[in-house]
Structure formats: structure tokens, C-alpha cells
Write a protein that binds this ligand. Structure first.
Ligand code: HEC
Ligand code: HEC
Ligand code: HEC
Ligand code: HEC
Ligand code: HEC
Ligand code: HEC
Ligand code: HEC
Length: 388
């Protein structure tokens, strides 16, 4: 039942997508020894394009991948090396002024195209033996392709090589990033920029003098777990401050999804998962602005859980106290290996996000084709839980 298979229609779509990818390796053949499956950690990363006045979030994207050896199957963490490239988006420092302002903002200089965690626009992926995966943290990608077009959904190419440097598996996965933060829906001003208007009101309402301290790092005072910034004691976290203060202002926009006033967004449509198709939206899972601002929540670290809605006899979901992205399930494969990133739980509404599943199993959606990882379809039933 799990193994319900590609209809002729799905097959057709598979080849159409494979052809448009202009990339097809042996990895697609179900009989190769290894399969590599990659996913972004969050499903969407946000950044600004202009850092000359304020910084909320820097360019920072994290890609993860698991390699499975089909004999076993085993999740491989040694003897192989992984690397990534982003063929359509290879440089960033000419697409945003981040590198011009990183020294005054963060107090450290950074070489062009190197992100705050030291990762560049291509390079090795590092092993994480707890999660049994490989990762590249803080890729400083922007949503502008090398041909100058806006594209929040660039594709990375992930390559696994054996100790002799021979390619044993490859895949493609989306490295999503957007700067569609529409603060300018409300922060418009005849004499100031949007950021200038924001700083003006911050100074007016809170007695600060941010106007004369530009560029301003919000997290220098407001703690921010996304940046590991402790903030100043007594000042609310940035998430708490932003959602609480704006909760009663949201009627100023007539957006259907008010979260898209600051999160990306009506153009980017960052929630593109299976839930979007059932009308489940940000507030169904996260609650409203005041729920996000609840001071009892630890921002970024306490998020919705699949098992707060999904229950099923014999099924286990996230490990207690552990985010979806850090949890593992069947055979210790990560949840994201089979389901995709948060906000992109497959099947997605976007072809680029579905491409990996289509390429490796012939159809989009959860990896339910046992031979993606097992040499033969096991006769035992599928355990949807983490083994001891
Ligand atoms: C739906 C409208 C709306 C949007 C969208 C919006 N703001 Fe605001 N914001 C306001 C209003 C209204 C004020 C208060 C200004 C006043 O008192 O006249 C404000 C004030 C602020 C302040 C001053 C501190 C305070 O007490 O709130 C900051 C900082 C701020 N906004 C940041 C942002 C940022 C950053 C974004 C985008 C990520 C954003 N805002 C998007 C409406 C909005
Ligand atoms: C110099 C320290 C400092 C910096 C830098 C700073 N803030 Fe604040 N911010 C404060 C203080 C202090 C308050 C008042 C907190 C309170 O009243 O509890 C505040 C209040 C706010 C509020 C209103 C919170 C509420 O509940 O009413 C928002 C929103 C906000 N800041 C956003 C920002 C943003 C966005 C940035 C970066 C552009 C920023 N802040 C930079 C110190 C700072
Ligand atoms: C006025 C702008 C604004 C609006 C509207 C807004 N957000 Fe945010 N949100 C932000 C900013 C800015 C951050 C990043 C804060 C940081 O860097 O820590 C953020 C971060 C978050 C986070 C991650 C941090 C955390 O608290 O866990 C969640 C979740 C979130 N928003 C959910 C929502 C939801 C759901 C809505 C709609 C109900 C919404 N936001 C509407 C500005 C906004
Ligand atoms: C089906 C439920 C669901 C919906 C719908 C949903 N989220 Fe989330 N969101 C989650 C889960 C689960 C996480 C924690 C993922 C993780 O990090 O493992 C999360 C985390 C986040 C974060 C923190 C960064 C991260 O990914 O951990 C932000 C910001 C966020 N959501 C914003 C939004 C916005 C904005 C929307 C609507 C456009 C939205 N979410 C819709 C379930 C949902
Ligand atoms: C707010 C409740 C809620 C949360 C949180 C939630 N889901 Fe769902 N999910 C639903 C609902 C409702 C449906 C639609 C069922 C339908 O249409 O029949 C659904 C459908 C699905 C489906 C489609 C297949 C199916 O069983 O119908 C998958 C897969 C799925 N969710 C996975 C997840 C994952 C993975 C997470 C955590 C990252 C998650 N969900 C978080 C409520 C939720
Ligand atoms: C080896 C692949 C695999 C892994 C790893 C995996 N899942 Fe699943 N998951 C599946 C399959 C296949 C289904 C669909 C079962 C069906 O409906 O027939 C499923 C279904 C689900 C559903 C929908 C359940 C329902 O019927 O309502 C949720 C939610 C879910 N998984 C969450 C998770 C979480 C959380 C993790 C990590 C702790 C995880 N999964 C790990 C393959 C996997
Ligand atoms: C994403 C890769 C992946 C997929 C897809 C997958 N498996 Fe597995 N499976 C594994 C791994 C890894 C193990 C762990 C093998 C070990 O350590 O012994 C495993 C183990 C098992 C086991 C042994 C569990 C135990 O602990 O005894 C069974 C049974 C099994 N899988 C059935 C299935 C079935 C049936 C399917 C298809 C519906 C499936 N698997 C799909 C990766 C996968």
C-alpha cells in the first residue's frame, strides 16, 4: 500500500522534469549502490538586500544531506565526502551590499562570497554524526541568479564521492532564500527610506538614537536565537518585540495572509507544502501574531510539531523536545530525508521542490518507495519510528 506506484501520467511528468533539469546521472538508476538525499533546513531563509541602515537577518542558508548505502541499508557517515555547488547562482557579493557593511554590523570582516559561518557558495559539506548527515551551514546565497533574474528557489547540486574521488551519487535540492520582507507596505515616508522610517519610529517610541548609529544590528539589543545573539537583559527578543508590537497594526494591510506582510510573501509564497493545498496556513500551525509573541515561547527553538495534529497507531513522530528538522525516524533517516523541509512537506506546490523525489522514485511526495534505500522491497511492514 505504501508502495503505490507511479501511474503512466506520473511517469510522463517524471521524464519531463528530468529533461528540464538538464542533469541526469547514474544516481537516477535505482540500482546504484548509494543514494544521496538533500534538503534545506528551514524551507525558507530570509535576508535583506540592503544592509546600509539595518540588519535583521544576514544571507544564511543551510543545506543538509543523508547518504544511504542500499546494501544494508546503512546511513553512511564515513568513507565518503560530500560537496555542493549551486550552478545557477555562484556569487553573491555583487548582488547585495552585505559584505560592505558586515564589519560595522558584526565587528568582523568577511571575504566576498563567504558567509558568517565561514561557508562559501560551493564547497565541502561537513559530517554530523548525531544526525547522521552532512551539512553546509550559512551558505550566503541571495535570491538573484547569475543571469540577474529573481529566483528564491535556486537548485544546489550535491555530490558524494568515495575515497578515490569517484562520484557515487548526486542529487539536486532547493536552497530557498527571499528578501521579500514587505515592511514598505506600511513604512512609507516622503523623506526617508523604509529602513529610515523604521529607525525614526523606533527612536520616537522608545527613546533610542538608532538614527545616528547606522548600520543598526537589531540583535545587538534584542536577543535573537537565529543569530545566537544574547541581546540586552530586559529588552524583549526580536521575534517577541516584532510580533507583539505589530499585532494590532495588521489591519493596515488587506493581505489575505497577514504573515506575508513581513515573511516572504505574496510573490515568493514560502509555504508551498502539502498543507497549503488543504488550506492550512501559517496561523493554523503557529497561531496568530500574539501567539507567536507569547513570551513563554523560546523563538526559533519552540515551533509547531507534526504530532500536535497527526496521530496514527504505531507511528512515532518527532523526538521529544526536538525540532522536526533535527528529528530522525525510520532506520534513523531524518524526517526531512523522506518528507522534505518544513514548509515544503511533499508533495509541494512547486515543481523545483518536487524534482528530487520525482527523480529518485518517479513521483513527488513522501519517499514511500522502499527501493530508494533498500536493495529489495522488505517483506516486513514499514516501521514509522526511530529504531532504538
Ligand atoms: C501592517 C503595517 C506594518 C508592516 C507590514 C510593518 N510595520 Fe512596523 N510599524 C507599523 C506601525 C503602524 C508602526 C508605528 C508607527 C507609529 O507609531 O506611527 C510601526 C513601528 C515599527 C517599529 C518601531 C518600534 C515599535 O514600537 O513597533 C519598528 C522597529 C518596526 N515597525 C519595524 C518593522 C519591520 C522591520 C517591518 C518589516 C519586517 C515592519 N515594521 C513592517 C506598521 C507596520
Ligand atoms: C540600542 C538598543 C536597541 C536596538 C539596536 C534596537 N532596539 Fe528595538 N527596542 C529597544 C528597546 C529598549 C525597546 C523598548 C522595549 C520595551 O519597551 O520593553 C525596543 C522596542 C522595540 C519594539 C517594540 C516592542 C514592543 O513590544 O512594543 C520593536 C518592534 C523593536 N524594538 C524592533 C527593533 C528592530 C526591528 C531593530 C533593528 C532595526 C531594533 N529594534 C533595534 C532597543 C533596541
Ligand atoms: C511586522 C512584521 C512581521 C509580521 C507581520 C510577522 N512576522 Fe514573523 N517574524 C518577523 C521578523 C522580523 C522575524 C525574525 C526575528 C528574528 O530574527 O529573530 C520573524 C520571525 C518569525 C518566526 C521565527 C521566530 C520565532 O518566534 O520562532 C516565526 C515562527 C514567525 N515569525 C511566525 C510568524 C507568523 C505565523 C506570522 C503571522 C501570524 C508572522 N510571523 C508575522 C516579522 C514579522
Ligand atoms: C503545517 C504546519 C505549518 C505551517 C502551515 C507553517 N509552519 Fe512555520 N513551522 C512549522 C514547523 C513544524 C516549524 C519548525 C520546523 C523546524 O525547524 O524543524 C516551523 C518553523 C517556522 C519558522 C522558524 C524557522 C524554521 O523553519 O524553523 C518560521 C519563521 C515559520 N515557521 C514561519 C511560518 C510562516 C510565515 C508560515 C506561513 C507562510 C508558516 N510558518 C506556516 C510548521 C508550519
Ligand atoms: C495544525 C495541524 C497540523 C500540523 C502542525 C501538521 N499537519 Fe500535516 N496535515 C494536517 C491536516 C489537517 C492535513 C490534511 C489532511 C487531509 O486533507 O486529509 C495534513 C496533511 C499532511 C500530509 C498529507 C498526507 C496525509 O496524511 O493526509 C502529510 C504528509 C503531512 N500532513 C505531514 C506533516 C508533517 C511532516 C508535519 C510536521 C512538519 C505536519 N504534517 C504538521 C494538519 C497538520
Ligand atoms: C523512510 C522515510 C520516512 C521517514 C524517515 C519519516 N517518514 Fe513520515 N511518513 C513516511 C511515509 C511513507 C508516510 C505515509 C504513510 C501512509 O500514509 O501510507 C509518512 C507519514 C507521515 C505523517 C502523516 C501521518 C498521517 O497519516 O497523518 C507525518 C506527520 C510524518 N510522516 C511525520 C514524520 C516525522 C516527524 C518524521 C521524523 C521523526 C518522519 N515522518 C520520518 C515516511 C517517512
Ligand atoms: C530513506 C531511506 C529508506 C526508505 C525510503 C525506506 N527505508 Fe527501510 N530502512 C532504511 C534504513 C537506513 C534502515 C536501517 C537498516 C539497519 O540499520 O538495519 C531501514 C530498516 C528497515 C527495516 C528494518 C527495521 C528494523 O529495525 O528491524 C524494515 C522492515 C524496513 N526498513 C522496511 C521498509 C519499507 C517496507 C520501506 C518502503 C515502504 C522502507 N523501509 C523504505 C532506510 C529506508
Amino acid at each position: 500500500m505504501l508502495n503505490h506506484h507511479a501511474s503512466p501520467f506520473r511517469r510522463k511528468r517524471f521524464w519531463a522534469v528530468a529533461a528540464t533539469l538538464a542533469f541526469f546521472t547514474q544516481a537516477a538508476a535505482a540500482q546504484s549502490d548509494y543514494v544521496v538525499i538533500a534538503a534545506n533546513d528551514l524551507g525558507m531563509h530570509c535576508m535583506q538586500n540592503d544592509f546600509s541602515q539595518i540588519m535583521i537577518l544576514p544571507p544564511f542558508n543551510t543545506l543538509r544531506a543523508q547518504v544511504i548505502r542500499r546494501d544494508g541499508p546503512d546511513i553512511v557517515t564515513s568513507d565518503l565526502s560530500l560537496s555542493f555547488t549551486i550552478p545557477g547562482n555562484t556569487h553573491s557579493s555583487d548582488k547585495t551590499n552585505f559584505w560592505e557593511y558586515v564589519q560595522p554590523l558584526l565587528g568582523v570582516p568577511l571575504a566576498p562570497d563567504i558567509g558568517v559561518a565561514g561557508t562559501g557558495m560551493s564547497g565541502p559539506m561537513i559530517r554530523n554524526s548525531t544526525r547522521r548527515d552532512f551539512f553546509a551551514e550559512g551558505i550566503p546565497i541571495t535570491p538573484i541568479d547569475d543571469d540577474g533574474k529573481e529566483n528564491p528557489y535556486s537548485m544546489a547540486l550535491v555530490t558524494a564521492r568515495d575515497q578515490n574521488g569517484v562520484i557515487v551519487a548526486q542529487t539536486q535540492a532547493v536552497v530557498p532564500v527571499s528578501w521579500e520582507m514587505s515592511c514598505n507596505l506600511c513604512h512609507v515616508d516622503p523623506v526617508r527610506s523604509t529602513a529610515g522610517n523604521i529607525l525614526f519610529y523606533h527612536d520616537l517610541l522608545h527613546g533610542t538614537n538608532l538614527k545616528d548609529q547606522q548600520p543598526v544590528l537589531c540583535a545587538s539589543c534584542h536577543s535573537d536565537n537565529a543569530l545566537g545573539a544574547p541581546g540586552i537583559p530586559g529588552v524583549p527578543s526580536l521575534s517577541h518585540a516584532m510580533h507583539r508590537a505589530h499585532a494590532e497594526r495588521m489591519d493596515l494591510t488587506d493581505l489575505t495572509n497577514k504573515c506575508y506582510a513581513c515573511h516572504p510573501g505574496v510573490r515568493t509564497d514560502c509555504q508551498r507544502d502539502v498543507h497549503a493545498a488543504s488550506g492550512i496556513t501559517c496561523t493554523t500551525c503557529h497561531g496568530d501574531m500574539l501567539a507567536v509573541a507569547n513570551p513563554a515561547r523560546n523563538p526559533w527553538l519552540e515551533e509547531p510539531r507534526c504530532d500536535s495534529c497527526h496521530t496514527r497507531a504505531g507511528f512515532e513522530f518527532e523526538q521529544p523536545g526536538t525540532l522536526f528538522r533535527n528529528s530522525t525516524g525510520h532506520g534513523k533517516a531524518t524526517c526531512t530525508t523522506c518528507h522534505g523541509s518544513p514548509h515544503v512537506i511533499g508533495p509541494a506546490t512547486t515543481q523545483t521542490d518536487n524534482a528530487q523525489a520525482i527523480r529518485i522514485q518517479g513521483h513527488s511526495g513522501v519517499l514511500n518507495t522502499c527501493t530508494v534505500c533498500h536493495r529489495q522491497t522488505p517483506s516486513d511492514p514499514f516501521p514509522h519510528r526511530r529504531p532504538d
